[in-house]
Write a protein that binds this ligand. Structure first.
Ligand code: SF4
Length: 349
């Protein structure tokens, strides 16, 4: 077979971009041009401009920082109640917009598809919403006593009026005796949902891991470590993909201690600083916390993508295994038959 002529392909694609740009008004085309390019061999990237604000008047499908935190990172943690804090719209229009499959009984021990909002009114904007938020958290805990914690997902007005959600989180955490995580992910903070991922990761670092560290220190963390412990990071189980990955990883002898955050639980998050390696699926949304775990706990991380053809190891799986070996991890060929495997019961210790 004749090898493809790369130079010709690049030229053809450049022509295509020119043709597309002809459809824009001159001023818009000039701006748009910076975002379209073709990758050429030998160059590190294709040199397009990114991570800048969308132009007013231009159609965009971008989310906001709130969408990145509530919709992507925190929302799928199934046994927590995630409050869309602010006017009803942000929560309502993003309600069930993303699919994150989970196992559990909705409204009893899992809350992923439920919509909780503080439903801000004019009065709350003028006088502040902290008291309302306290009442809401306490009432929710009474109504859904099996929840394992609460997260406060701030919408734009909360940042503008300067409510003290951190103080509310500390106070209510004591009254309900569970983690309450304040997330300052007001939509206006970043140019897209990407900053929301970052803020959400930072809140895990600042509000979840200190609890885990404390529990480890005072001996209340119930965790039996093995040399085969890994965590799946940045897989949201949108089509059941985290489940498939989990099975494959356990087939090759690893013990999956946590899934972040599709079909995940707060307890898995608390156990993650004990794993031997983090496997990152979506790097964009969770590289921050993985790098933090590398620095703070010495947990190496690697990107991975598994081929779902379970009849044979793919080159991706071989690569993954090589990565494990490079990091000094061992494989336990019998793990998939022992008490820790598959059942998933370790995830709720
Ligand atoms: S940008 Fe602000 S107001 Fe709009 S959806 Fe996001 S949080 Fe809500």
């Amino acid at each position: 077979m004749t090898p493809p002529d790369n130079k010709k392909i690049v030229e053809e694609r450049k022509e295509l971009i020119k043709e597309v740009l002809k459809a824009y008004p001159e001023k818009a085309a000039k701006k748009r041009e910076k975002h379209l390019n073709v990758h050429e061999e030998g160059k590190t990237d294709c040199g397009v401009k990114s991570n800048i604000k969308s132009l007013p008047g231009v159609m965009t499908a971008r989310g906001c920082a709130y969408a990145g935190s509530k919709g992507v990172v925190w929302g799928p943690i199934k046994d927590m109640i995630h409050i869309s804090h602010g006017p009803v719209g942000c929560g309502y229009w993003s309600w069930s917009g993303r699919r994150n499959y989970y196992l559990g009984t909705t409204g009893i021990d899992t809350f992923g598809t439920m919509h909780f909002t503080s439903d801000f009114q004019e009065r709350d904007i003028v006088f502040g919403g902290d008291k309302k938020l306290i009442k809401l958290i306490e009432e929710l805990d009474e109504l859904f006593p099996l929840n394992r914690g609460v997260s406060i997902q701030s919408e734009c007005p909360i940042g503008l009026i300067g409510d003290d959600i951190e103080a509310v989180a500390k106070k209510t955490s004591k009254t309900i005796g569970k983690p309450v995580i304040p997330v300052r992910c007001e939509g206006f903070r970043g140019v897209s949902q990407s900053l929301g991922h970052h803020i959400a990761n930072d809140m895990i670092r600042d509000w979840v891991f200190p609890r885990a560290d404390k529990a480890k220190k005072d001996g209340t963390l119930q965790f039996e470590s093995t040399p085969y412990d890994v965590a799946i990071i940045g897989d949201y189980n949108i089509g059941g993909d985290a489940w498939a990955s989990r099975i494959l990883l356990e087939e090759i002898g690893l013990r999956v201690v946590a899934q972040w955050s599709g079909d995940g639980t707060i307890n898995e998050m608390l156990l993650t600083p004990n794993v031997k390696m983090n496997l990152i699926h979506c790097y964009r949304s969770m590289n921050y916390i993985s790098r933090h775990m590398e620095e703070a706990y010495g947990i190496p991380c690697t990107k991975y993508k598994l081929n779902l053809d379970i009849t044979a190891f793919s080159s991706d799986q071989t690569l993954l295994i090589l990565n494990f070996v490079n990091f000094g991890l061992k494989f336990n060929p019998y793990l998939s038959h022992d008490k820790f495997s598959r059942s998933g019961h370790i995830r709720r210790l």
